[in-house]
Design a protein around this ligand. Sequence first.
Ligand SMILES: NC(=O)c1ccc[n+]([C@@H]2O[C@H](COP(=O)([O-])OP(=O)(O)OC[C@H]3O[C@@H](n4cnc5c(N)ncnc54)[C@H](OP(=O)(O)O)[C@@H]3O)[C@@H](O)[C@H]2O)c1
Length: 223
Amino acid sequence: MVPRAASAYAEYVTAPSRNFARKPANLGHVEAAAVPLAGLTAYQMLTALADVQKDQRVLIHAAAGGVGHLAVQFAKQLGAYVGGTASAGKHDWLRGLGADEVIDYHSADVVAAIGDLDVVVDLVGSEATLAQSVAVTRRGGLVVAVPSGTSPELLARAAESGVRVASYLVEPDGHALGEIAELIESGAVRIEVEEVFPLAEAGAAHRLLEDGRTRGKLVLAVR
Ligand SMILES: NC(=O)c1ccc[n+]([C@@H]2O[C@H](COP(=O)([O-])OP(=O)(O)OC[C@H]3O[C@@H](n4cnc5c(N)ncnc54)[C@H](OP(=O)(O)O)[C@@H]3O)[C@@H](O)[C@H]2O)c1
């Protein structure tokens, strides 16, 4: 994964060796291709940024997505109590990945359903979910605002509640990628690939992603 310079789809890539890790032996190349960007994003947010500890309470907004389903599993591996928001049809699957509590954000009031969180990873990042994220976080806790950053109003509300808010941009990191590969190879973490598209159908894959309903990842296969 080379997030900065690449910005393209390719079968081969050059990068410093410190950016790479060996593919987990139990994954084919197609599944393995789904891991680095989503995996490092989830892993770095929960470890390097949030420093999640055993028995802490963590909520993942958009738990069923590419980053979210891995974040649920990494947070469990770190020993946290893990909640997630997702549509009802994805709840059983998320529980199977280790989520302790899943909230249907269509029908439930998230703020009434869960609270006193140490860390909220908000992978939706809308004004509405960020406001919820701040409201359910304990004083001194951390909201990781992923896609779009934060408004001055939200930061003011968070400051009043003693909640820290941070955004994060994933970094290439061969060492962390190696740790993720070990978790996958041991069977502790699973990667979900909803669909594989040929490269020529990249447009269809993007349209599906834009609907925002994907379970796990989509992969483009070059051949
Ligand atoms: N900062 C970084 O370094 C970095 C790196 C990677 C990704 N990102 C960003 O992180 C975000 C998540 O990426 P992703 O690839 O995981 O997304 P994704 O796979 O496209 O997310 C799809 C999932 O989002 C769920 N969802 C949609 N709206 C929701 C809502 N209001 N509440 C709860 N769940 C909702 C859907 O579940 P339902 O069907 O249940 O609604 C679906 O399973 C994106 O904005 C992406 O750009 C940032």
